[in-house]
Design a binder for this molecule. Sequence first.
Ligand SMILES: C[S@@+](CC[C@H](N)C(=O)[O-])C[C@H]1O[C@@H](n2cnc3c(N)ncnc32)[C@H](O)[C@@H]1O
Length: 284
Amino acid sequence: MPTADDDATSLTRLSWNAATRAHNAHKQDQASFLRNGGTTLFAEEVALAGDVVGQSLLHVCCNSGQDSLSWARAGAVVTGIDFSDEAIAFARALSAGSGIAATFEQSEAVAWLESSTVTYDVVCATYGVLGWFKDLPRLLRGMARATRPGGRLVLVEFHPLVWTFSAGLDTPNDPYFAPGQAFHEPVGDYVGAAGGALSPSGHVVVDAPFHNPHDAVSWQHTVADILQATIDAGFVLDVVREVPWANGCKVIPELEAVDGNRFVMPAERPSLPLMLALSAHKPL
Ligand SMILES: C[S@@+](CC[C@H](N)C(=O)[O-])C[C@H]1O[C@@H](n2cnc3c(N)ncnc32)[C@H](O)[C@@H]1O
């Protein structure tokens, strides 16, 4: 079913495989956490998805499945897809260990979306997904294809402006507007840097710093790119939100941790949008 990888995809998968191992090394017994009712979801995606009980939910780029299994525990019938074999193997083991059922498939996302014949009540992608796709309109068209008429799309992302400041507020680096430009950088240990905000099952400090030997390739998509691709794919926008906090991830080094596993700008700095969230529906 999936098409052959291009070079960027192969490289990025290696980077994610290495990072996924490092990220999970920071997390204590995740199976018990989920089995005992824990969730890794944040309020934003829960509110945008609405009632998921009995709904089929496709989680695009599900990584190790923690959020997918949290959706399943909330009552959804979940399919998670991700191209990282390391992540999908972990997700399947976590499903077995937690006793929470979900289907996990290892595939490049666009190839999967374009070849699947199943449609879902909810299609969601959250926290660091859109930038891995050079052709964002094609990804959104695939997501629309996988959404049943009347079904809904939920996207919760770090705001594209944050990548301009990812090296520091006083050292802006990547441009906000960079159509078609490929950025090469290894996937880092953002779970370690979050100091517990992404480890609700308990945080393990790993002494040796993580060095990812593999570059990942990503692309910048502006807010307008994301909204336009969503509309052009045939979705009708229902909710669009920008918020001055980042869930779980210290996406700018100066951000400060606050309650709820969020990061915010220091009080003396002007506010910036740190996340972009939207929900949309596919007309009947
Ligand atoms: C930041 S993680 C997303 C986190 C996720 N929302 C979760 O619940 O943990 C990004 C994921 O995208 C996956 N990915 C990147 N490019 C992909 C592609 N072309 N096809 C499928 N998965 C991809 C990576 O393997 C990684 O697991």
